[in-house]
Design a protein around this ligand. Structure first.
Ligand code: DX5
Ligand code: ZN
Length: 219
């Protein structure tokens, strides 16, 4: 199981050193939640902030765009140092054009589904994707409760990936902690995002190691 700490739960006034801290604590990706106050009822940060924290970590930057018009901003996020750019199937941008734009920059493309969106909506694009993100909370805020009823979507997606002999990663995001990561591993999730579970822990390295240890039991 790969672990992607979400900086949404860190102290934004010291985002650089917080990114460095979790990078040195055994994280695999840095998860960056971009919210525009329109697609979701919350506002976080954009490409300029990502550009400044880029130098604090050598890890892949996994940028989760919760914005209405991702296509308009792909160039900015690519230039800021994103490695994986994940956008919502429910956004207003044309999905194919947005994937094309991400790939034109040599970046990895991901698609995300909100809890009420069927996972089949990503199937037409699977061959072109590096990752599919299944939301396990309604996007917008950290610290919410994990939705166990999203696991059948994960299984369905996993079956399709295996059937087509693809290598697409499955990521889950929201409410993942030591109590829920086992369920993620059991369902076939490859990457778990965790915000509060890591940033609010006393020791990030211990928290990440514990998530990985529990996941291994079920993998
Ligand atoms: C929610 C974000 C998540 C969130 C996860 O919209 O996409 O990445 O930060 O935080 P926790 O782990 O606290 O649920
Ligand atoms: Zn996220």
């Amino acid at each position: 199981m790969k672990i992607a700490p979400s900086v949404l739960s860190c102290d934004f006034s010291i985002m650089g050193s917080e990114t460095e801290r979790v990078s040195k604590a055994g994280a695999d990706f840095i998860h960056l939640d971009v919210m525009d106050g329109h697609f979701v009822p919350n506002i976080t940060f954009g490409a300029p902030v990502i550009k400044y924290i880029r130098k604090y970590s050598p890890l892949p930057f996994d940028v989760h765009l919760m914005i209405s018009e991702p296509l308009r901003y792909i160039d900015d996020f690519a230039a800021a140092g994103a490695d994986i750019i994940t956008f919502h199937v429910e956004s207003d941008s044309d999905i194919q054009s947005t994937i094309d734009r991400i790939k034109a920059h040599g970046k990895k493309a991901g698609l995300v589904v909100k809890p009420n969106t069927p996972v089949e909506t990503v199937f037409p694009y699977l061959e072109q994707l590096y990752m599919v993100l299944i939301m396990t909370v309604e996007p917008g805020f950290g610290g919410q409760t994990f939705m166990y009823d999203m696991m059948p979507k994960v299984t369905k997606l996993k079956d399709e990936i295996v059937k087509r002999r693809l290598n697409v990663l499955i990521e889950a995001d929201g409410g993942i902690n030591t109590g829920t990561v086992g369920e993620c591993a059991k369902a076939g999730i490859d990457v778990s995002v965790s915000g509060t579970g890591i940033f609010k822990a006393k020791n990030a390295a211990v928290a990440i190691a514990e998530l990985k240890r529990i996941a291994r039991v079920y993998e």
